[in-house]
Design a protein around this ligand. Structure first.
Ligand code: SAM
Ligand code: DTB
Ligand code: SF4
Length: 337
């Protein structure tokens, strides 16, 4: 395997054939290597906890085929206005009290309107002042908006590539793949950390999962955070309805774990987040995901509009597996430099 072009001490020049070869490895070899890569860069048995809040729900102009919040979906979700700053800060305080280290605020927007930026920046500053890490996902950003968010104290911006460039058109038609990459560039240029991943189980092929991880692993810099979501099938969305109609097309658990392991090996320093879809995953599958190198989850009983595993279920799973909530990402990273 070509190890020549590296950025710092990790590779940025993965080919699709190399990513495909990782997917093809015997499962136990793949997990063994993923766990070794993981332990070289991250604290073993530690999982970072993030909490999500939908600060502006529904009525979105984009047509993402998985999303309950798209105006094109018949999910029955009521469109709401942007939340008041104080309401958001109250939710952040509760998340901190529940042990979360990062508060992620999501808005069902194609992009923020400039008139919303004051409120959004006040949310960032208020959450940051509580000692929480801040994350937002608001759709596409202009250079100016990215700079304002960074100035307000935003640590992470989440913007997913979602899938491979080839499968993308099956999922979304109102925003191009290139527009997503452009937003990621703007986030980087503004000095924020990038959170970018996608969804598996949307009817894509393994080749698409390879293309999806290849896109992320060959960005100018690896995203600091890589959320791997399993499609949560939502009635009234085009992809959800298809999954519900064709029973048993849910992503195979072993293939999901392979995807996590390949993400870990291809992007050694990134935090790999076991994101949406955990609620319908067995404890054993989640444990395999942690073994494969996942080291971050969303806690709390709600994601944006759908249910999540819930704090007590997570506490029980952590106790069973001997996992600890991560208090800081820094020591593991610094030790690995
Ligand atoms: N509107 C913003 C955007 O699309 O960038 C932010 C919110 S959006 C809901 C954030 C991400 O959640 C999407 O990019 C997608 O990857 C994920 N997501 C949304 N609905 C999902 C579902 N039903 N199952 C799994 N992941 C989902
Ligand atoms: C991400 O990749 N997953 C989160 C977060 N980024 C914003 C969102 C998951 C949403 C799941 C469906 C819902 O609750 O509406
Ligand atoms: Fe809108 Fe984001 Fe949902 Fe797409 S994923 S419809 S952009 S809220």
């Amino acid at each position: 395997m070509n190890l020549c072009k590296e950025n710092g001490s990790f590779r940025m020049d993965w080919t699709r054939a190399e990513i495909a070869a990782l997917f093809d490895r015997p499962f136990l070899d793949l997990l063994f290597e993923a766990q070794q890569v993981h332990r070289a860069r991250h604290a073993a048995n530690e999982v970072q906890l993030s909490t999500l809040l939908s600060i502006k729900t529904g009525g979105c102009a984009e047509d993402c085929g998985y999303c309950s919040q798209s105006a094109f979906a018949k999910s029955g979700l009521k469109a709401e206005k942007l939340m008041e700053v104080e309401t958001v800060l109250t939710a952040a305080r509760e998340a901190k009290a529940a042990g979360s280290g990062r508060f992620c605020m999501g808005a069902a927007w194609r992009e923020p309107k400039d008139r919303d930026m004051d409120a959004v920046c006040a949310m960032v500053a208020g959450v940051k002042a509580m000692g929480l890490e801040t994350c937002m996902t608001l759709g596409m950003l202009s250079d100016e908006q990215a700079a304002r968010l960074a100035h307000a104290g935003l640590d992470y911006y989440n913007h997913n590539v979602d899938t491979s460039p080839e499968y993308y058109g099956e999922v979304i038609t109102t925003r191009t793949y290139q527009e997503r990459l452009d937003t990621l560039d703007r986030v980087r240029a503004a000095g924020m950390s990038v959170c970018s991943g996608g969804i598996v189980g949307m009817g894509e092929s393994r080749e698409d999962r390879i293309g999806f991880l290849h896109t992320l692993a060959t960005l100018p810099a690896h995203p600091e955070s890589v959320p791997i979501n399993a499609l949560v099938p939502i009635q009234g969305t085009s992809l959800g309805d298809r999954l519900i109609a064709e029973q048993n097309v849910k992503i195979d658990d072993i293939e999901f774990v392979r995807t996590v392991a390949v993400a870990r090996i291809a992007m050694p320093r990134s935090m790999v987040r076991l994101s949406a879809g955990r609620e319908s995953m067995s404890e054993a599958t989640q444990a395999l995901c942690f073994l494969a190198g996942a080291n971050s989850i969303f806690t709390g009983d709600k994601l944006l509009t759908t249910g999540n595993a819930g704090t007590s279920a997570d506490a029980a799973l952590f106790a069973k597996l001997g996992l600890r909530p991560m208090t800081s990402e820094e020591p593991a990273r610094v030790a690995a430099e």
